[in-house]
Design a binder for this molecule. Structure first.
Ligand code: SAH
Length: 345
């Protein structure tokens, strides 16, 4: 079975025309799908057309099967895919809009030591339509539609490495920002990577003004290799050069994620090295306190120390902030909720 949400507007129009239907049907179907409806719920097309589509395409590629609401208003969802796989997503309400955190793969093969998403390895890539369908489903649940969005911002910071699923992610970005659909501004979308350099360079060429975020977590390359195996392939130096190229091409300042792990990357030497590497670069550092995961022994730096670390960076001339922990009481860290669900806990 195929996923109708995978098609862009032109592809859908061609399909509908191949069915000998009027092309305005494509507009109706496209907007209904982006509004989060199942094929069987599209009531402004004929039953015969719905039935024809259902022979080839899955009725509901993504279904919300569990919702957890945190004390701070953050919502966490478990989605079931049509093949039974489970992914997760987070919805955070902010002053400036609502942000959905999106998964791009089932599992992940990057193996970062602190992260729960990678523990079981990569299961499979998500298709563009599956990523879109998670956004449409949450937008609908939040009371939004394509004309008045509940989801205004998207961060590709859920499970998976977006640049390890490059083509599908690029198509998703085009789908979700298409004017016939949800039309989310690309400037409100942030793509986060562990540093797959050739794909960062390719992204710079796409002419898509998304924000680039890099999970740095360790400025010393040898130590970063221990924390993030991808560093054995692409060095910190190469990553920073790719960021510079991204800025050159897009004019967009980049962001570094820095999750503080007790005794691993929260010392003065790390702060000084960050300052040395980043002082002259157009960037911001987001300091995060580690979300402790029970499968490893890594511990979070205390809140007080996190602010001290941030102070050091600021004193050294960097733009840096400590990010507040969203949804820590509902297993907000990457991959934790899915993992516990799949294990039956
Ligand atoms: N693969 C992409 C995006 C997914 S992870 C990437 O590496 O950027 C989103 C962010 O959460 C990354 O910065 C990741 O390093 C961080 N992260 C993962 N597990 C974490 C944990 N247990 N505590 C704090 N941050 C974590």
């Amino acid at each position: 079975m195929k996923i109708l949400q995978d098609l862009n507007f032109t592809e859908l129009k061609n399909l509908i025309e191949s069915y000998k239907e009027k092309s305005f049907r494509a507009t109706q179907i496209y907007s209904a799908l982006h509004n989060g409806l199942k094929i069987s719920e599209i009531s402004n097309i004929s039953k015969a057309l719905r039935e024809k589509l259902l022979i080839e395409f899955v009725d509901e590629p993504v279904e919300i099967i569990k919702t957890l609401v945190s004390k701070d208003g953050t919502e966490k969802y478990l989605f079931k895919l049509f093949d039974g796989n489970i992914i997760e997503g987070v919805y955070m309400k902010n002053r400036y809009g609502n942000t959905q955190c999106l998964s791009t793969q089932v599992g992940c093969r990057m193996g970062c030591k602190f992260c729960a998403s990678g523990i079981g390895g990569l299961v499979r890539n998500l298709t563009p339509g599956e990523m879109l369908a998670t956004i449409s489903a949450v937008n609908k649940k939040g009371g939004g539609n394509i004309n008045k969005r509940a989801v205004t911002n998207i961060v590709l910071m859920g499970s998976g490495e977006p640049l390890d699923n490059y083509d599908n992610v690029i198509k998703f970005l085009k789908l979700v920002s298409s004017k016939e659909g949800l039309n989310v501004s690309l400037r409100n979308i942030s793509l986060s990577t562990c540093g797959i350099v050739p794909k960062m360079l390719a992204l710079a060429e796409e002419n898509l003004p998304v924000n680039l975020t890099v999970s740095l977590h360790q400025p010393f390359n040898d130590k970063r290799k221990e924390l993030m195996p991808i560093s054995k392939v692409y060095s910190v130096d190469e990553i920073l050069k790719a960021c510079d190229y991204y800025f050159e091409k897009t004019g967009r300042r980049f962001i570094f994620e820095y999750s503080l792990v007790k005794g691993e990357n929260d010392d003065i030497e790390s702060a000084n090295e960050l300052i040395r590497l980043l002082r002259h670069r157009p960037c911001h550092v987001n300091i995060i306190r580690l979300n402790e995961v029970k499968e490893n022994n890594l511990k979070a730096t205390t809140e007080k120390e996190a602010y001290q670390f941030c102070g050091l960076l600021e004193k050294g001339g960097l733009s840096a902030t400590v990010r507040r922990l969203n949804g820590a009481d509902i297993e907000g860290a990457c991959g934790q909720l899915r993992r516990n669900y799949v294990k039956g806990e």
